[in-house]
Design a protein around this ligand. Structure first.
Ligand SMILES: NC(=O)c1ccc[n+]([C@@H]2O[C@H](COP(=O)([O-])OP(=O)(O)OC[C@H]3O[C@@H](n4cnc5c(N)ncnc54)[C@H](O)[C@@H]3O)[C@@H](O)[C@H]2O)c1
Length: 251
């Protein structure tokens, strides 16, 4: 994988796909920096030492990016890989959606990605190399029902990925994205329970049926794609979107 001692900044690393990704990169002896707003997890990391190899875990919102000098401090002055993974979902069809909710989804899913990338690129341009991985969604390829703001941001993530790939290829900076299908994470559990009848297990069983593989994805199965994209195994890939969705969009 060639990720030993590489500095990897992961947004949304305190939960779900991000959390699995943090563990995968730690397993490859990378220096992992987490930017997340989840205070509880940070406490858990420090107190129970679950993430003993995690060199720096900071409570940071990607929408309120620290000044680039601060980012510099977090990443020891270098940044090899940025994983723009933090994201939120608010269930509401357009005619029922409040403007503040619309803005919130755009702010976290798209503007946060812009801000993180903007500052990371300064380091990467100076180094003459870099790797950015964005968490998109099959919601960026096809429309999930009742989450138009989410779908719109993920469509934006796809195009932002391609735009950055084209603009920075000449600087040896690769930019790709992964499009997960339905993954078993806290993000989904919350909306499953809010928007469906039955127990969580019953709802998950129903949701699994929409995929040809007849199961939900595991966060580690997306983290593995991140590892591949961050490693030299994907050295000729930029501007790509890898779908990992149990076959959902193949139907
Ligand atoms: N779970 C799925 O089915 C699925 C499918 C497709 C795409 N995705 C995408 O994967 C990514 C991760 O989702 P997940 O399912 O692991 O969700 P999750 O809710 O389990 O984790 C998201 C993390 O992002 C953090 N976060 C939220 N706002 C933030 C901000 N402003 N700054 C920094 N961190 C912030 C949260 O605290 C949380 O730790 C998201 O971009 C999501 O859209 C998820």
């Amino acid at each position: 994988m060639n990720l030993t001692d590489k500095t990897v900044l992961i947004t949304g690393g305190a939960s779900g796909i991000g959390y699995a990704t943090v563990q995968d990169f730690l397993g490859q002896q990378a220096n992992v920096v987490v930017a997340d707003i989840d205070k509880r997890r940070e406490k858990q990391w420090y107190e129970k030492k679950i993430m003993t190899g995690c060199t720096l875990c900071k409570r940071t919102s990607q929408t309120k990016l620290p000044a680039s000098t601060q980012l510099n401090r977090y990443t020891f002055g270098g940044l090899d890989v940025l994983i723009n993974n933090a994201g939120i979902e608010i269930v509401a069809p357009i005619h029922e959606m409040e403007l503040r909710d619309w803005n919130k989804v755009l702010q976290v899913n798209l503007t946060g990605m812009f801000l993180m990338s903007k500052h990371a690129l300064k380091h990467m341009l100076a180094a003459g190399k870099g790797n950015i991985i964005n968490t998109c969604s099959v919601g960026g390829l096809v429309a999930w029902p009742d989450i138009p703001a989410y779908n719109a941001t993920k469509g934006g993530v796809l195009q932002l990925t391609k735009s950055m790939a084209v603009d920075y290829a000449k600087h040896q900076i690769r930019v790709n994205c992964v499009c997960p299908g339905i993954i078993d994470t806290p993000l989904n559990e919350k909306s499953f329970l809010e928007n469906n009848e039955g127990t969580l297990e019953e709802i998950k069983k129903e949701k699994a049926k929409v995929n040809p593989l007849l199961r939900l994805g595991k966060p580690e199965e997306i983290a593995n794609v991140m590892l591949f994209l961050a490693s030299d195994l994907s050295s000729y890939m930029t501007g790509s979107a890898i779908t990992a969705d149990g076959g959902y969009t193949a139907q």
